[in-house]
Design a protein around this ligand. Structure first.
Ligand SMILES: Cc1ncc(COP(=O)(O)O)c(C=O)c1O
Length: 387
């Protein structure tokens, strides 16, 4: 457990937190589940989340008997539109989860005002935002608690992994008790994760990107490898066996290494985003909107295209590593949305954006971004114009 201690210490120093305020998990969603439980989420309680999120967020709420309630996004920020929150508040609303989509903080002051007016809790889904800021303060330390992810494509990666920050002592103590009770991942899962970290570090190349991504998704959907989401999590909101697990030593060791490379990693993302911003201007479009209050981490650079399947096929041909995050209001689920309490048509902006979105990579820095930019320039006719 020494690696876990050192990792927690390094994270605490980085976030300007006390070690006791942090807890570590096998995945971010487990941290969220623990947090909701520690906040005493009860059956029938409603939790407000953006309709442009990962299905595992809705899952954690439903596993505890709660109801996710979706708020449409502002298509400029890809975050929940604060002006649309009040309409979704009912007598059963308990909590708002403020996401920092693609690394851009939500408008925390606006959401805090709403939460205070209606006596609701407010926490951050900081899975995309580690290393970014809101009005000069680190993302994830702005509200009563936050959960982070260190999954493959996040600002820093431990393959999979999760962290929770709690501002107040009582909540942190409840999270520590939850963390201490979790079983450690088995030898098989830890070894598989170590092997996957090795493949990613030493074997992933642009030529192998798409074949490996497809293989990874295929294997993880069948629960053959240690994937981000097992098939069951995407079929129905029923907690799969073995969902609750502690942080493994292999994750803590990977986290310590990844944190040491974080400044370079964040700089690569800034450099890539600057290249994409310039490209947008060159193509007569708007660069990615970043409100004054935020310092963006740009873990992905979103771009809307007319026909995503066609654009991704072209990217595959040209060996361009794109992502398709938030290809659904409850990514990546495409059908049976009502199982997650999402009504088709209820959040039109999120649905429109999720039909057209692709994400340009930022982790590879300027050299990779220049290649990606050349590809986008070549296929500029494929870009989508909002109606
Ligand atoms: C917005 C959002 N929230 C929560 C999560 C869950 O994080 P994890 O995969 O660490 O459980 C993700 C996953 O990537 C995500 O994109």
């Amino acid at each position: 457990m020494e690696a876990n201690f050192s990792y927690k210490k390094a994270l605490a120093a980085h976030l300007g937190a006390e070690m006791g305020q942090l807890s570590l998990f096998w995945k971010g969603r487990i941290g969220l589940y623990g947090l909701l439980r520690s906040l005493d989420l009860k059956a029938e309680d409603e939790v407000i989340i953006p309709a442009f999120t990962c299905v595992v967020v809705a899952n954690a709420i439903i596993y505890l008997g709660g109801q996710p309630v979706y708020v449409d996004i502002d298509p400029l920020t890809y975050n929940m539109d604060p002006e649309k929150v009040a309409d979704r508040i009912t007598a059963r609303t308990r909590l708002i989860i403020a996401q920092n989509t693609f690394g851009l903080s939500s408008d925390i002051d606006a959401l805090r005002d709403i939460a205070q007016q209606h006596d609701l809790g407010l926490i951050e889904d900081c899975t995309h935002g580690y290393g970014g800021y809101y009005r000069g303060q680190p993302n994830g330390t702005l509200t009563q608690a936050a959960f982070f992810s260190s999954q493959w494509n996040k600002t820093f990666s431990t393959g999979i992994g999760g962290i929770v920050y709690c501002r107040d002592e009582a909540l942190a103590a409840r999270m520590a008790a939850f963390e201490a009770d979790l079983p450690a991942p088995g030898f098989g899962a830890s070894t598989m994760l170590a092997a996957q970290l090795f493949v990613r570090r030493y074997l992933l190349s642009p030529a192998l990107y798409w074949p490996l991504v497809r293989l990874y998704r295929w294997l993880s959907a069948r629960n053959i490898i240690t994937g981000s989401s097992g098939g069951q999590e995407l079929e129905a909101p029923v907690m799969p066996p073995g969902y609750l697990q502690a942080c493994a030593r292999v994750q803590a060791r990977a986290g310590l290494q990844a944190l040491s490379r974080l400044p370079e990693n964040l700089q690569n993302r800034q450099d890539s985003a600057a290249i994409y911003d310039r490209l947008m201007v060159e193509l007569g479009r708007s660069p990615l909107f970043v409100p004054d209050y935020a310092h963006h981490t740009y873990i992905q650079y979103p771009l809307l295209v007319k026909d995503r399947d066609r654009f991704v096929a072209l990217a595959t041909q040209h060996r361009i590593p794109l992502n398709d995050w938030m290809n659904s209001p409850i990514h990546p689920v495409q059908t049976n949305w009502e199982r997650w309490n999402y009504t088709a048509g209820s959040c039109p902006e999120a649905e429109r954006v999720s039909r057209h979105i692709v994400n340009l990579p930022t982790a590879g820095g300027a050299m990779e971004a220049e290649k990606v930019a050349a590809f986008v320039r070549q296929y500029a006719d494929e870009l989508y114009d909002a109606p």
